[in-house]
Design a protein around this ligand. Structure first.
Ligand SMILES: [Zn+2]
Length: 132
């Protein structure tokens, strides 16, 4: 899922659930976007390139199919344990029930991981349709 999609969907959710509560709305939006920081960290560690510009350039071509002559490096899936919904969401929601201040964070992270999961299923379906 693209970063801008996470930004707009998180902003829409936060404004819908927390109208007139800018702090909670901002926290939900940031939580819905910043989950993807693991991609940046993994890119930097694997590539040795610590620039944001390099990461953004890599993000543009990393999903493109390799064509002959394309020698640009690929670093594999850039997903850490942060993108494992069954590992993250149960303890996060348990904490959010105990500490209400964490509820906007739980909402943003849940939206993010749900959208990533939907996008993943759609991509797999498209690939299997193309291959058959
Ligand atoms: Zn993500």
């Amino acid at each position: 899922m693209q970063l801008h999609t996470h930004l707009w969907s998180s902003a829409l959710l936060s404004l819908t659930i927390y109208p007139g509560q800018p702090g909670k709305a901002t926290l939900t939006t940031l939580s819905g976007v910043l989950v993807d920081l693991d991609h940046l960290v993994l890119y930097m560690v694997r590539s040795g390139d610590w620039s944001i510009v390099g990461a953004l350039c890599y993000n543009r071509y990393r999903h493109q199919k390799r064509v002959p002559g394309d020698t640009r490096p690929r670093y594999g899936p850039l997903r850490s344990w942060v993108h494992q919904p069954l590992l993250i969401l149960p303890p996060l929601w348990w904490l959010a029930r105990r500490y209400r201040a964490l509820q906007p964070v739980a909402l943003g992270v849940t939206l993010h991981l749900t959208l990533d999961g939907i996008a993943s299923v759609l991509l797999r379906s498209c690939w299997s349709a193309v291959r058959s």
